[in-house]
Design a protein around this ligand. Structure first.
Ligand code: NAD
Ligand code: UDX
Length: 476
């Protein structure tokens, strides 16, 4: 069924990305989801032509180049196998809409910054603009698929916009939310826990669902493809993220209890995680969840609950984000208290700025707020990260002159009073901490947010060690 590398379906870089053979898939939005998702579909479905478009010309150029716009393990290889074979990146949104049979919409859906529902409601302007672009450029019937995470009943609104013109072109709107996590996107796409497809219970709805199932069946076992109503599919995406984030806030709230009582959060997490009803995943206490999805999706769920007249349900989910803020405030307070209540004029090395390891993404990274609080306290920061320094520079641009950006963790640590670990990069576990200790100011401190380091060893080397949710290992 699938072709191997080098089997060319279409010529290189067509003006509009469609080839001559098989169905033409278009994805609008070449971001963290659109790019990897379409690369996997192109890789597994050589009988389809896949084109990804974006209004951001620089992003499209990067997808066409050797330096992809996002860092994701395994992505370079995945893209290189099918780019210019049956995977194309283009700035021509209108032309590609006209040619496509199936259109995925994977544009950003951030939280509104102003106006009604600011800080909670989803900003749907990018999504609606896309719907109107599809309407103006489509000349044949199309299946339109929500890949973006959207509020319940958005598919209905999209169908209304799409059918609002004079044209006889028909559209069937499906919901197919994406569950990939950054850092593991390629393996999540290759071996998904499930693929969720929401469609209408009508002939054309069932036909459209079958078309999408056919694509995923190229590599996903049938029992992992779940079909539901459109509304259930839309809500399930928000619910999955809310449940995952809730686990993180639950364990983080208990980490505060551990610090107050002398219990150890890693021991507690292991003990409760061994209960098969609870399960061991997503129980790592840390500095709180970051990333572009969790906070946004919970706030959108909160807004949905409010809009449905369900204030108690809204308050319940809002608390998940409040515990997340609390955990970050608590972490900074702990640093200040351990360092004699002042970091003013002290050099502090930040190890890790990405919101999680194996990504360069810093959207909603707890590191942003934590660094800003330390800077407000007068600290001089040296920020180190293997992949996220470019984004870190942008995120801390207003503090120019107070922050040094240094990729090498040894250079970052040298001359510092403290190491503040904010991302659990595997590489940090293998650092030579005796060498680092020798280069630092005494007394030297380690504040381990992700809790991945060997705390006993650090203490033996000479550090005062402050892990989250555990008794600190201090030196007199
Ligand atoms: P992103 O910001 O990385 O990418 C979105 C892209 O859409 C941008 O490049 C933007 O220029 C483009 N765009 C916006 N309006 C456009 C238009 N009218 N025409 C063409 N292009 C347009 O966002 P992302 O992280 O890929 O997320 C996309 C959606 O997927 C969001 O709804 C998000 O919640 C959801 N999601 C994200 C993740 C993740 O890990 N990042 C995982 C699952 C679901
Ligand atoms: C999340 C969802 O997992 C994914 O299904 C969805 O499609 C997009 O949003 P992502 O944000 O990329 O993915 O990463 P994830 O692994 O979920 O981590 C989110 C945040 O939670 C990170 O900041 C991570 O460090 C934190 N986290 C995760 C913890 O603090 N403890 C844990 O045990 C797990």
């Amino acid at each position: 069924m699938s072709r191997t590398k080098g089997d060319s379906i279409v010529g290189k870089k067509p003006a509009v990305g469609a080839g001559e053979k098989g169905k033409r898939i278009l994805c609008i939005g070449a971001g963290y989801v659109g790019g990897p998702t379409m690369a996997m579909i192109a890789r597994k479905c050589a009988d389809y032509t896949v084109t990804v478009v974006d209004v951001d010309a620089a992003r499209i150029r990067a997808w066409q180049s050797d330096k992809l716009p996002i860092y994701e393990p395994g992505l370079d290889e995945l893209v290189s196998v099918c780019r210019d074979r049956n995977l194309f990146f283009s700035e021509d949104v209108a032309g590609n809409i006209e040619q496509a049979d199936i259109i995925f919409v994977s544009v950003n859906t951030p939280t509104k910054k102003s106006g009604h529902g600011a800080g909670r409601a989803p900003d749907l302007q990018y999504w609606e603009k896309t719907a109107r672009e599809i309407l103006s450029n489509a000349k044949t019937d199309k299946i339109v698929i929500e890949k973006s995470t959207l509020p319940v009943r958005t598919a209905g609104a999209m169908a209304r916009i799409l059918h609002s013109g004079e044209s006889s072109v028909r559209f069937e709107v499906l919901s197919n939310p994406e569950f990939l996590a950054e850092g593991t996107a390629v393996s999540d796409l290759e071996l998904p826990d499930r693929v969720l497809i929401g469609g209408r219970e009508t002939d054309s709805g069932r036909h459209a669902v079958a078309e999408l199932v056919k694509i995923y069946r190229h590599w996903v076992p049938e029992e992992r493809i779940l079909t539901t109503s459109v509304w259930s599919s839309e809500l399930s995406k928000l619910a999955a993220n809310a449940f995952l984030a809730q686990r993180v806030s639950s364990i983080n709230s208990l980490s505060a209890v551990c610090e107050a009582t002398g219990a150890d959060i890693q021991e507690v997490a292991k003990a409760i995680g061994m209960d098969t009803r609870i399960g061991g995943k997503f129980l790592n206490a840390g500095i709180g969840f970051g990333g572009s999805c969790f906070k946004k999706d919970i706030l959108h769920l909160v807004y949905l609950c409010e809009s449905c007249g369900l204030p108690e349900a809204a308050d319940y989910w809002r608390q998940v984000t409040e515990i997340n803020e609390y955990q970050q405030r608590r972490f900074v307070a702990g640093i200040l208290s351990a360092m004699f209540n002042t970091v003013a004029g002290k050099r502090v090395a930040i190890l890790g700025f990405a919101f999680k390891p194996d990504t360069g993404d810093t959207r909603e990274s707890p590191a942003i707020g934590i660094c800003k609080r330390l800077l407000e306290e007068g600290a001089d920061l040296v920020v180190s990260d293997p992949q996220a320094l470019e984004n870190a520079e942008r995120d801390l641009s207003e503090w120019e002159g107070k922050v040094i950006f240094e990729k090498d963790p040894y250079k970052a640590a040298s001359g510092s009073h403290a190491l503040v670990v904010l991302t659990g990069w595997k590489a940090y576990e293998g650092l030579d901490f005796a060498r680092i200790y020798d280069s630092m100011v005494r007394p030297s401190f380690v504040f381990d947010g992700p809790g991945k380091l060997n705390h006993r060893e650090l203490h033996e080397v000479g550090f005062n060690v402050y892990p989250i949710g555990k008794t600190p290992l201090t030196r007199s």
